[in-house]
Design a protein around this ligand. Structure first.
Ligand code: C2O
Ligand code: CU
Length: 540
C-alpha cells in the first residue's frame, strides 16, 4: 500500500448554532473535521498538533491496527492525553477494512466537536462489489450542545448528577430548517437526475441512535462498519452512535427539493418527550429548471421515537456478503465463552468522594471501569504493577431477573475497578451480552470493540437461553461489524478470533455510559513469533 501524511491542527474556534456562539475544539478549523481518503492496505501518518487548552487523544474508529495498539488512541488505555503545546504522530495501519469509517477524539466528551470521516477505497485497480456510483457524498450526523461542554460534564461528574443532553442534532454540522436561527446555513447537496450517489454516513452523535431517511427516495445499504453487506433496499435506516454505513442513492424522482432528515430513535436523554429539536434536516436539491415549493417535502417513512419494531425490521436484515471474494471467518469452535451482564448502577460516594450519597455508574459484570493515571498499554508492556488487575469475570457475580426493574441494593450498587480480560493469541471468543433493567433504566447499548471486528451471530429480546438460543445462531453470513446494539432488556451474541496482540478497549458507545464506567479492556497476548507479537513502541 501507499503511505500518506496528514496534519491535524487542533484548536479552539467560535461557532454559532441555535442563535448562540461558543468556542469549541476542532481540527483544522472545521466542524465536522477533515476527511481522510486512502486505499485499502495503505498506511497513514497523522501528526496531531494540540494548540488547545487541554489534553486529548484521537482514535481511528473501526480500524484494526494489527499489532499496533500504540496508535489506537483511547486515553489512559493506550496512551496518555497529548498535552497542550505538543504534537503526537499516529501511525494508522490499514489491513482488511474497506468502506466508510471515521476518526474521533477519545477523551471525555471532546469527540462532540473533534471527529471526521475516514474513507477507505478499494485497492487500486479493483472495484466495489456493486455498480460504480457516479459521485459520493459524506453525511456526518452529530450532536450540538449550546454550552461549553467539557466544563459542564466535569461539574456533573463531580456532583454525581445526570450528564448533559444535547440541544439539537446536526447533519454535516447544521441543525437544519426546523431549528431556530438555523435555516440559512442548512446543509444542501445538489444532485443530477439519473445519477447514483454513494452516501457515506457516519453517526458521530454522543448519545443518540438515529433514524435517517430522504423524502420519496429509496436507500440501498451496501456497507457497514468498513465491510460490505448484502444490499438492503429500504425507505429508512437506523444507525447507532459509532456506526458507519455505505448507502446508494439514485436521484430518480421528479426535479425538486427533498429533505434528508435524521430523528432520534432512542436516547438516554430524559427530556426527549418535550424535546422540539429532535429532527435535523438537510436538503437534497436537484439541478435543473423547476419552481421550488415553499418548503421541501419531509420523509413520511421516517419512524417515530422508540419505534422498536421499525428499528428491528431494519437491523434484522443485515447480513455479510460472505462470497468467495469477501469470505467470512466466523469461529465455529469456541475456546473462550463469556456471559456479560450490562447494567446501569449506582456507586456509593464514600468510595469516590462525590458530593451526595451516591453517584450514577454503569458496569460490565459488576466492574465499573475507572481510568488509571498510567495507561494500561505502558503498564502491560513495561510490567508496571498496580495499574490494572486481570480478574475480569467471565460470568456475572449473581444471576437475577435481568428484565425486571430491580431496586435491591445488593444488585443496584456496583464495584469500581480496573479488571481486564486476558486472552491467549488466536483464542476463539464468544461473548453473550445481557442487557438489564436495573433501576428501571433499560435501554439498548451500542457496544464497540477496538482492535477486532466481530461477527453478530444472534440477538434477541429477554434473557438469553443457553439451551435454545445458540441453535438459532447465524454462522453462515453474520454481519461483521465493530459496533452493534445490545437490545433493550435483550441479548447480543458475538464471536471473533483474538488474532491481534495488544491492549484493546471495549465499551458502550453512548458517551454517558462510557463516562459512568460501561467499559473494559482486553489484553491479547503475543503468539510465539515476532509476526504474532505487539510491534515495538514508536520512538518518541
Ligand atoms: Cu468510536 Cu472507543 O470508540
Ligand atoms: Cu450503554
Amino acid at each position: 500500500g501507499d503511505v500518506h501524511h496528514y496534519d491535524f491542527v487542533v484548536r479552539e474556534k467560535n461557532f454559532t448554532r441555535l442563535c448562540q456562539t461558543k468556542s469549541m475544539l476542532v481540527v483544522n478549523d472545521s466542524f465536522p473535521g477533515p476527511e481522510i481518503r486512502v486505499h485499502k492496505g495503505d498506511t497513514v501518518y497523522v501528526n496531531v498538533h494540540n494548540q488547545g487548552y487541554y489534553g486529548f487523544t484521537i482514535h481511528w474508529h473501526g480500524i484494526k491496527q494489527p499489532r499496533n495498539p500504540w496508535s489506537d488512541g483511547p486515553e489512559f488505555i493506550t496512551q496518555c492525553p497529548i498535552p497542550p503545546g505538543t504534537n503526537f504522530t499516529y501511525e494508522v495501519i490499514l489491513s482488511e477494512e474497506e468502506g466508510t469509517l471515521w476518526w474521533h477524539a477519545h477523551s471525555d466528551w471532546t469527540r462532540a466537536s473533534v471527529h471526521g470521516s475516514f474513507i477507505i477505497l478499494p485497492v487500486v485497480g479493483t472495484t466495489f462489489p456493486f455498480p460504480q456510483p457516479d459521485e459520493e457524498e459524506i453525511i456526518i450526523l452529530g450532536s450540538w450542545y449550546t454550552e461549553e461542554l467539557q466544563s459542564v460534564v466535569d461539574e456533573d461528574m463531580e456532583s454525581g448528577r445526570d450528564l448533559p443532553s444535547s440541544d439539537a442534532y446536526t447533519i454535516n454540522g447544521q441543525p437544519g430548517d426546523l431549528c431556530p436561527c438555523s435555516s440559512e446555513a442548512t446543509y444542501r447537496r445538489k444532485v443530477d437526475y439519473g445519477k447514483t450517489y454513494l452516501l457515506r454516513i457516519v453517526n458521530a452523535n454522543l448519545n443518540a441512535e438515529i433514524f435517517f431517511a430522504i423524502a420519496q427516495h429509496n436507500l440501498t445499504v451496501v456497507g457497514l462498519d468498513g465491510a460490505y453487506i448484502k444490499p438492503i433496499t429500504t425507505t429508512f435506516i437506523m444507525i447507532l452512535p459509532g456506526q458507519t454505513m455505505d448507502v446508494l442513492l439514485e436521484a430518480n424522482q421528479p426535479l425538486g427539493q427533498y429533505y434528508m432528515a435524521a430523528r432520534l430513535f432512542w436516547t438516554e436523554d430524559p427530556q426527549v418527550d418535550n424535546f422540539d429539536h429532535a429532527n435535523s434536516t438537510a436538503i437534497l436539491e436537484y439541478n435543473g429548471n423547476y419552481t421550488s415549493p415553499t418548503s421541501p417535502s419531509f420523509p413520511r417513512t421516517l419512524p417515530s421515537y422508540f419505534d422498536m419494531l421499525g428499528a428491528l425490521s431494519f437491523t434484522g436484515q443485515i447480513r455479510s456478503l460472505a462470497t468467495p471474494e469477501y469470505p467470512i471467518n466466523v469461529p465455529l469452535n469456541v475456546t473462550t465463552k463469556m456471559y456479560i451482564v450490562v447494567s446501569m448502577n449506582a456507586l456509593y460516594c464514600e468510595h469516590t468522594g462525590c458530593d451526595s450519597d451516591y453517584e450514577i455508574a454503569a458496569s460490565l459484570n459488576n466492574n465499573s471501569w475507572a481510568n488509571p493515571s498510567t495507561d494500561v498499554l505502558q503498564a502491560y508492556y513495561r510490567n508496571i504493577s498496580g495499574v490494572y488487575s486481570t480478574d475480569f469475570l467471565d460470568q456475572p457475580l449473581s444471576h437475577y431477573n435481568y428484565t425486571e426493574a430491580i431496586f435491591d441494593p445488593d444488585i443496584v450498587y456496583t464495584s469500581q475497578g480496573r479488571k481486564v480480560k486476558v486472552l491467549n493469541y488466536n483464542e476463539s471468543v464468544e461473548i453473550v451480552f445481557q442487557g438489564t433493567n436495573v433501576l428501571d433504566h433499560s435501554m439498548s447499548h451500542p457496544i464497540h470493540l477496538h482492535g477486532n471486528s466481530f461477527y453478530v451471530v444472534g440477538f434477541g429480546l429477554g434473557i438469553f437461553d443457553n439451551e435454545t438460543d445458540p441453535k438459532g445462531f447465524n454462522l453462515v453470513d453474520p454481519p461483521q461489524v465493530t459496533t452493534y446494539a445490545i437490545p433493550k432488556t435483550g441479548w447480543l451474541a458475538i464471536r471473533f478470533i483474538a488474532d491481534n496482540p495488544g491492549v484493546w478497549f471495549w465499551h458502550c458507545h453512548f458517551e454517558k455510559h462510557l463516562s459512568w464506567g460501561m467499559e473494559a479492556v482486553f489484553i491479547v497476548k503475543n503468539g510465539g513469533t515476532a509476526e504474532t507479537s505487539i510491534r515495538d513502541p514508536p520512538s518518541y
